[in-house]
Write a protein that binds this ligand. Sequence first.
Ligand code: HEC
Length: 145
Amino acid sequence: MKSKSGYTRFLVPVLAAGLIVSFSVPAFAAGNAKRGKRLYDQYCTPCHGTNGQGDGTRMKVEKFDPAPRNHTDGKVMNTRTEIQLFKTIKEGGKAMNFSHIMPQWQHILKDKQIWDVLAYVRSLAKNPEWTGTPIPPDPAAEKKQ
Ligand code: HEC
């Protein structure tokens, strides 16, 4: 009995640590862009456009200024870290000193869904494409938006 409880005392913290690691790591792992596209088509395209170019139907009618970000512009989008984009989507533009027109999604999308939509947003960036490492900011590209 004595040795069993000693074993349990050792095993429980090890299992607990394992659980923490295995649950927290996937929360930060890359989302699923395919699932993300479905969410993007539903919630984001009215402003950001069907192809993510910032020219959605609501933008055309309401003429937001600044315009919804062109997600296909790799020169701007790829300067952002995962955490920056995650926070913008979750807490809204205002939380990141962007326009308050960019809504917060934390009451509609679960964190996992935000990672999925973020993975899809990353896949839209072109010239250059997203490599997994943020590039240095290009003030000229940012001003063009
Ligand atoms: C009501 C219109 C609207 C909707 C809907 C909307 N956005 Fe935005 N979004 C904006 C605007 C406007 C900006 C630009 C803010 C700025 O430049 O100050 C923006 C900016 C962003 C940025 C910031 C990019 C950067 O420069 O770091 C991300 C990321 C983003 N939106 C993702 C999303 C996602 C994902 C959805 C859907 C879940 C979404 N947006 C839905 C209007 C919208």
